[in-house]
Design a protein around this ligand. Sequence first.
Ligand SMILES: Cc1cc2nc3c(=O)[nH]c(=O)nc-3n(C[C@H](O)[C@H](O)[C@H](O)COP(=O)(O)OP(=O)(O)OC[C@H]3O[C@@H](n4cnc5c(N)ncnc54)[C@H](O)[C@@H]3O)c2cc1C
Length: 340
Amino acid sequence: MSQSVSGNWNADLLEQNYARWKQDTDSVTPEWKSFFEGFELGLTQSEELAEGVRAAVPEDAALERRTDSLVYNYRTLGHTIAHLDPLSSAAPENPLLSLKSIGFTESDLERTVSTKYFRDGQPMLLREMIAELRGIRREGDKVVIGALARHAEVADSDAVKAAIPALARLAGTIGDVQVRNRGTIGGSVANNDPAADYPAAVLGLGATVVTSKRRIAADDFFQGMFATALEPGELLVGIEFPVLEKAGYAKMKNPASRYVMAGVFVSRGPGGVRVAVNGAGPCVFRQAAMEKALAANWSPDAVAGIAQPADGLNSDIHGSAEYRAHLVTVMAKRAVADAG
Ligand SMILES: Cc1cc2nc3c(=O)[nH]c(=O)nc-3n(C[C@H](O)[C@H](O)[C@H](O)COP(=O)(O)OP(=O)(O)OC[C@H]3O[C@@H](n4cnc5c(N)ncnc54)[C@H](O)[C@@H]3O)c2cc1C
């Protein structure tokens, strides 16, 4: 089980830890160490490879390194090309994400490449690899969303709106316009902030998390506060959401940040009823009593009388555990109504 570092970071802490790590790589916790190693890998490989652009045609090994760099840079810096300035018509750019800075040209998009950071080294066209990391598509009875899809893209996606409207609505409630333009589904799910929205949809729909190494069922993915099944160096590549008969979401948001105070995602499909609660506890969890009640009677009234125990729920300046427990029942009713 890995602990995400960004769960505890702020800019000062990040800079302090980075300075310490630069002086002595063992002076920070293993999570920070692995984070800085990954970050530097992307940067240094880009710099080295930029030097190599003028060099000869790449050998296989160089091609693989370039691909590693590209995927790594997209993963760590992909959000920097979000369009945040409504007054500017110029598309935002980050030189570290350009093909050229990594030693590729446009024609390389049609080359077959592979990297250990993507689909366990399976060969594929570079163009497909980039598209898959960013794309949103309907594939039979599921919607597949690439890790780098930003919240605004999910909220506006015709494929998501048609297949799982509750997921599009959920994405549209995340933070504000700036946050939705910059935040990514992969970053949000890998971070597993207890107050984040997406974990409720992933668990509530019984989605599958696809990583650079394996496929992880939602029930096994979220492991505690800011903790997931991702191992060091394992990249989240995308998420497969099943298209189910019914799905709905409701959350009580913090009015300042729009983070979740308590939220509930419900769904009904061939595998049964799922009720996932976010914001209320240290980690998203399933509410078994509500699932049973909804399986017998799919209506808001079926959950109205089910009290969520306050034991173990979050208590902070925003609200007590008892308040959050009360909200769970209210949100569950609203989520079922939202699902229709
Ligand atoms: C003011 C504000 C309000 C917000 N309100 C909400 C809200 O209402 N609801 C909500 O859900 N969220 C909210 N957020 C969080 C936001 O939606 C982002 O998703 C979140 O901050 C993560 O950012 P990111 O997507 O850029 O990921 P990053 O910050 O890039 O990454 C987060 C963590 O995940 C890791 N990571 C990123 N991508 C991958 C990957 N592909 N594979 C493996 N690990 C990866 C990173 O190493 C890092 O540890 C808010 C944020 C802010 C600043």
